[in-house]
Design a protein around this ligand. Structure first.
Ligand SMILES: [Zn+2]
Length: 165
C-alpha cells in the first residue's frame, strides 16, 4: 500500500477537509468535489486523444472531460484536472489540455504530481485498507479487480495505489 503523497500533505487543512468529507462515501463523487471548489464541469466531445482540459472561464475555472472515454477513465481525468487546479493554478494560463497519457504543456514532473494527488482523492488510503480487509481475500492480485470496481478506477490505477508496480 502506498502512502499519501506529498502533494496531498501539501494541501491546506481546509482543502483536505473539504475533500475528506466526500471521501466518506465510496466511490468518491468526484464531480461533486470539483463543484465544491467552484469549478465548472462539462462532459463533452473533445479532440481525439484529448482526455481533459482546464481553463479560465468567466467566473473562475472550467474543466471539460472527454465523454467518449470509459467512466472510470473520466473519473480519473476529472481528479487529475482538479489536481492541476489545486496544485498548479498559477500555471494554467490560458488553459491546459491533457492527452490520453496525461501529458500537457506542463512538464512531466507536474503531470506526475497531478496523478499522485488524483489517486489520493479517488482512493483514500484508509478506505482502500478498510475495503480491502472486508474482501477477506488473501492474494493481493485477487483484490485489484473488486477494489477497482468499488472505487470506480481502472485496475492499473488500483495496482499503483496498492504499490504493485
Ligand atoms: Zn495534466
Amino acid at each position: 500500500m502506498t502512502k499519501y503523497s506529498k502533494e496531498w500533505s501539501g494541501l491546506s487543512p481546509e482543502v483536505r477537509g473539504v475533500i475528506s468529507q466526500f471521501q466518506e462515501e465510496i466511490p468518491v463523487k468526484i464531480g461533486e468535489v470539483v463543484k465544491s471548489f467552484g469549478v465548472e464541469l462539462k462532459v463533452s466531445t473533445l479532440d481525439i486523444g484529448i482526455s481533459g482540459m482546464i481553463f479560465p472561464s468567466s467566473d473562475g475555472h472550467k474543466i471539460v472531460i472527454n465523454k467518449h472515454e470509459p467512466s472510470y477513465r473520466q473519473r480519473f481525468t476529472l481528479a487529475h484536472e482538479l489536481a492541476h487546479f489545486l496544485l498548479h493554478r498559477h500555471l494554467i494560463g490560458s488553459g491546459i489540455s491533457d492527452n490520453i497519457l496525461y501529458r500537457s504543456k506542463l512538464s512531466d514532473l507536474y503531470e506526475a504530481e497531478a496523478n499522485r494527488l488524483a489517486s489520493d482523492i479517488l482512493m483514500p488510503v484508509e478506505k482502500v485498507k478498510e475495503l480491502r480487509a472486508e474482501l477477506a481475500v488473501e492474494r493481493l492480485a485477487d483484490v485489484v479487480s473488486p477494489l477497482a470496481a468499488k472505487f470506480g478506477v481502472s485496475e492499473e490505477a488500483m495496482r499503483i495505489r496498492l504499490g504493485m508496480k
